[in-house]
Design a protein around this ligand. Sequence first.
Ligand code: TYC
Length: 102
Amino acid sequence: GDSPGRGTSVIARTKPKIKKPSLYRVLLLNDDYTPMEFVIHILERFLQKDREAATRIMLHVHNHGVGECGIFTYEVAETKVTQVMDFSRQHQHPLQCVMEKK
Ligand code: TYC
């Protein structure tokens, strides 16, 4: 900040000026058409899941309608959603991926 002038004093912050970033869940939604293997591929390629975790998440979404596939800061979550949606559209699957504030 500014240097103090004559006859002024400065009280330093006691805490560093940092804020925790807000976190966002990335969710996959079930549908009747997207192949299970395609969803597993999406989870491996864009959400960095191994085959076992990807299969577990895919089956959870298939059985419950929705499921979490990761928690990220805003910009990272937005990138994941865009990558999943673009790749699904390119392959003409109706898979939906959304983000929500935690
Ligand atoms: N329900 C789909 C099927 O039976 C599989 C599926 C799972 C689709 C998860 C989307 O997010 C999804 N082929």
